[in-house]
Design a protein around this ligand. Structure first.
Ligand SMILES: [Fe+2]
Length: 84
């Protein structure tokens, strides 16, 4: 699914906030991948350490968003507990 969804003016505040959180989570995960690629590409040890630190901060941000989503989306939370 791509692009903006329809009828956004009819969406509840809860739906909009969950969408914001999910989009933010996507961006944090993407950032982790970007940092990891740069970590593996650079030959500069100082830059590598800095990027590793930043990558791990993005992991923390992702975890915070997952926690928020679990708190606000009952079904999603259940899936964390019940998946195979
Ligand atoms: Fe972040």
């Amino acid at each position: 699914m791509t692009g903006e969804m329809e009828g956004r003016e009819n969406l509840s505040d809860e739906t909009m906030d969950l969408e914001r959180a999910r989009k933010s989570l996507c961006e944090e995960l993407e950032a982790i991948n970007w940092y990891q690629e740069r970590i593996e590409a650079t030959k500069d040890g100082e830059l590598k350490k800095l990027l590793e630190h930043n990558r791990d901060e993005e992991k923390e941000h992702a975890a915070m968003l997952i926690e928020y989503i679990r708190k606000k989306d009952e079904v999603q939370n259940k899936m964390f507990e019940e998946h195979d």
